[in-house]
Design a protein around this ligand. Sequence first.
Ligand code: EPZ
Length: 424
Amino acid sequence: MDKFVIEGGERLKGTVKISGSKNAALPLLAATILKKGIYQIENVPRLRDIGTMTRLLNILGAKTEWTDKNTLQVDTNDLDNHIAPYELVKQMRASVLVLGSLTGGLRRATVSYPGGCAIGERPINLHIKGLQALGCDVNIKEGYVDVTAKRLKGARIRFDTTTVGGTENIMMAAVKARGETIIENAAREPEVVDLARMLKKMGARIDGEGTEIIRINGVDELTPCNYKVIPDRIETGTFLIACGITRGNMVIEGCMPGHVKSLIDKLREAGMDIIENEDTIKVAMTKKRPMAVDVKTAPYPGFPTDMQAQIMALMTVSRGVSAITETIFENRMMHVAEMRRMGADIKVIGNTAIVRGVKMLSGAKVMATDLRASASLILTGLTAYGTTEISRIYHLDRGYESIEEKLRALGAKIERRKDEGMGA
Ligand code: EPZ
């Protein structure tokens, strides 16, 4: 196992290029199951989760090959298997995204039922309810969700809770259903819009993506396509905060500023200078300490739960007291205990963290618990006095492409080392 060793206190300066979005790429790769053929997917980040998705596609019978640094060719011509095994789904919950495309493409899906994870229970009841509404027969057998769809027929589906994965799965199943499907209370995340755009390029008829109501008119035939993944908005946000917490000065390139609007609003309120252009953001922090701001996570276009830990990192050194409320997942405050070890003053009451900013954090040995929590500990490490060692950074490798190289190029003192203490 690897760890990161960070010497805090460097002000980050320079230009950073944002990678393709993990959470957009995963459903796009799953969508290649819908129609046999060859796809070139560009701007795919080289990450562990993408590796898991390609392994899953391989098990289903597809061939995958990197034809360029970030271009993945997927050949689904020989795809014939509909079973997503426990061994892969337990490594990555997003494997469940093949439920919709296997149902749409092969009319049959057997996918290991995902368990809970570090950040919450994360049930898939809404995915199942949606598939049943489309006419699928769904059974839970021996730890697997087994879907058979003799005929898929359009339906009106209202999600009780906004669900990104649920919306994506139902969209992928509904593009091949007979008649119209209406998804109400649909997720509006940019990743959902990106999937709709790829499906439309394949010939699907979809309207309303990016709004609460998505209408899908089923088609008989789709065609394979080439597609370019959108930039990662969570990586963009993480670098914005890296700039704020180190009092830096950066140009963030190849991003979509409109996708991080709720975050930018908060960072401006905290005192950061941010100029948005078409696909770049110029950002600087000239104030000694950020002002405290309150944050409450919400589905897009609200403040993303995937940025909650990182903004908390910024607030640990703010001037004032901030309240950070997590409304999406039940257990997404695991970073709090680690930040306290670095001197942060945080009290958790229910799903709200009350963060009283301190002048300075001190470096410590801390442990990463999930992907975004790990990112937040890098951020606290970058500002802390002294050395911070973050163990279990395999979480980070799931979701941030070349994070240490990118940070080093901006002037951070960060190194990856073997973590002897963790038993390799
Ligand atoms: C996606 O997860 C992202 N993952 C997550 O990113 C992100 O945190 C989350 O959306 C919210 O934005 C991918 O895109 C691969 P949901 P997803 O279904 O689709 C409840 C990261 O760090 N729910 O929108 O699994 C659920 O428990 C990750 O990159 C049900 O109750 O999230 C949660 O409280 C982590 N029943 C809420 O809805 C269901 O059937 C939102 O979950 C489905 C969901």
